[in-house]
Each structure stands twice: as structure tokens, then as C-alpha cells.
Design a binder for this molecule. Sequence first.
Ligand code: SF4
Length: 487
Amino acid sequence: MLTTHPFDDDKLREECGIFGVYGAETASAMVALGLHALQHRGQEAAGITSWDGEEFHTHRAMGHVAGNFDNDEIIRQLAGDVACGHVRYSTTGETALRNVQPLYAELASGGFAIAHNGNISNAMNLRRRLVREGAIFQSTSDTEVIIHLLAKSRYRTLLDRFIDALKQVEGAYSLICLTPEGMIACRDPLGIRPLVMGRLGDAIIFASETVAFDVVGAEYIRQVDPGELIVVTQGGELRSHRPFGETPRARPCIFEHVYFSRPDSIVDGSSVYSVRKGIGAQLAVESPVEADLVIPVPDSGVPAAIGYSQESGIPFELGIIRSHYIGRTFIQPGDKVRHLGVKLKHNANRALINGKKIVLIDDSIVRGTTSLKIVQMMREAGATEVHMRIASPPTRHSCFYGVDTPERGKLLAHKMDVAQMCAYIHADSLAFVSIEGLYRAIGESRRDDQSPQYCDACFTGDYPTTLTDFDDQAEVNQLELLRERVV
Ligand code: SF4
């Protein structure tokens, strides 16, 4: 059996990346490059839809961008100077080609393609209602709900129908849509998932992260604001709409700063790399320890480890070497071989570690499986003390906004307090950055508990939206509910 998560790297996974180009001769080729830069946001499937002024063209496939879109013939078939694309893990809906985006439908107004990053948290209720009213769904994706709401809307123009549909959905959505009239990019009123706008010559570009602009040589203009809907029409004319009126304070996902975004991206106006270094410095102030070396769990722990080292004065060293040749797609190992997986991906730099007291820095602990193995690996390599420091608060709650979280009962911090977690992973000490420290590293003086500046629900349980699909937030098992077939 093939799997894309060969050795359970024990991370929350961002579910999707989106990229759109309006007004470039080579739009599809640029989208392929942009999606390649966003591959870390989703590795199960990729798709591109283009518009050539007369027809829409789509290619969707399971697997990576490279391998599916490095073929000249496929890019040639995706003709036109307007295109959008998507990379995904599965948030909702099974992993199957029919769920791969962009989704496309023929509406009364013409073709409509949609690429969605996020998760509609009332999709099951809406879907039940739509099915009762006669809708026939082609996929199990939450995104298709938006298409059906749009198709049924009584408003006259496509834009008004689209806004009518969005006003009925709850949760997180950053969207790039293609219509015969142009491109629409928008972000939910809370701005939970990111979306940024750039320019290359006369072409307008939208992407989940600024790193995708760098790859195609585009210039970052600004983020799409929470609750903003931007329409790009012929000639690259931009119109910004605020269809939701007065919206509550935005609450973008704080985990973008901790782990999801690439360190070379700008998120919410801040350099992700600088923020991660700042989190490491906060950790050093809040949870100092006497040690010989600061060692990151690669690659995601590196910036925070540099910050911890610079603040504490303890030398930074690469005590764990990561193999870059382990594929994302790998034959599922049997149980006896599975535990070797961590060693295949990470190996101890024994000559450096032997006889040393070390501080290990990682970005998060989800189930604790990798932390346990890495601490053991450090001890086997001769470390005399292993102190674990985590560059986020304990992850205690599930995410409902487009992030693959294990069911809550499997989150180590949901089951145990910090002392129990420390004993479980066999570390000499364990500490997490405080929620206040995390906010400070992002540039806030403190967390506003009445109206938080970010979504931090996986740490605090303070969800920014109602969750009408779920009867009891306290008891919810997100994955079981989301995977329930509702037709
Ligand atoms: Fe991000 Fe956590 Fe909020 Fe999900 S619950 S959007 S991962 S901060």
C-alpha cells in the first residue's frame, strides 16, 4: 500500500495551498511553479484550471506538482492567460481524484472553477439541506457546498450570487475562483487562512504564501484583507469589495508562524524566520537550562534553535542530520520496520553529541511519537542530559479550519500535563513557550483575551467561530465527524 505519510512525522498538517495568475501568457506554467513552491502545504494531489477566453481546461492528478505538471504537453493543454491551481492534503472528503481541486461546474452564468484553502465548518449541515433540496454532489469535499449555494442563489449577477453563498458558510476559506468574466480572490471575514496578492508586469497573482511569488519573480503587493473580495477583470482592472460589512476582529491562524508557512515567507506582515527565532529567544528567557549544545530537530526547529542559542549563549550545532532523500511516497512498512522510520529520516551526529548535555528544540509536539524516538536517539548517541524545549504552547485541541489534526484524544497534551509528557518522552526536562511569549515573538505586547488577535484555538480551545456541525465542542472527535459520509 502506498502512503504519503511514511513515518508519521507527528506534525499538524496544513491542508492546502492555492495560486492564481491573471493576465500572463504563460499562466499555467507560472501556476505550476507557484504550486511547486507551496508543495509543503499539501502533497497528496495537485490541479490547475485555465481559461483561454472561450473554454476552461483542467488537469488534476494525485501526487506531487513535479511529476504531474513538468510535462510540456499538459501545460500546453492548459491554454490561456488566466489560471489557478491547488495542492492538497485531504481536509474533508476522501482522498480521491474527484475531490482534487480546482473543482469546476457549469452554471447558468457559464463555467466556474474554485480553489479553496480552509475548511467550511458548517459544510455537513449545509450539504444535508442541499441534498434534501435535490442537489447532486460530485465529490465529498466541503468546497462543493459553495458551488451548490452559488448555483441556487436567486441574486442576478454572478458576484452577488457568490457573495450570497459565502454569507451562508462558516469557518475558514481563502479562495481563488475563475469565471468567464475574470478572477475572484477572497478571504473569510476572520482571515483564518492566509492569502496574498502580487504583481509581475501586468499580471496579477494570488498565493497562499509570498514564497510562491519569489519563485516566479513576482513582487509582493499586500495581503488580501480578512473579509475582502477582489475581482480582477479584463485588462487587469482590480475591484475590492467588503461584502461582509463590519466584521469582527480578524483572527489569522497563529500556527502559520509556528510551523505551516515556509520560513522565507512573509505572513501577516512579518518574516516567518524572524518570528521563529523570536519564539526561540522567548523560550530561552522563560525556560533556561544549563547545557553544552542547542540542537534543532530539523528542519522546522532550526530558526527557533538559533534564537534559543543566541539568547542563551549556548552554542548551536547540528546534532541531528536529516536525510533529504526520503520520499514523501513510500511503501507502507510493516510494524516491525516502522520504528526504524525516524532513523531513516533523522540520524544522530554521534561525534558531536557524545558526552554532552543538550537542549533539543522542536516546533511542536502532537502525539509525541517522534519526540520519544528522538530523545531516545540522543541518549543512544551518548548525550548525558536531554532537555526538550518546544517553540509553541501545548497542542491540546483539534483544528476545524483546514488543518489535519489527530482526534483530540490522541493529542499528547490533551491526555497529559507537562510533567507527564516529560516522563513519557524520557527527557530530563520539557518546557513549552507560553501563549504570551508566542504573541510577544509575533510582535504583540500581549494576547488580548477578550478579543484575541489570532486564532490560537489548538492551544487555548478558544475557537473563533461557532461550530454548528458539531454538537458538543468539548467532546468532539473532529476526524470521525469530518470523515462521516453525509449523502
Ligand atoms: Fe491554526 Fe490552530 Fe486555529 Fe487551526 S486551531 S486555524 S491550526 S491556530
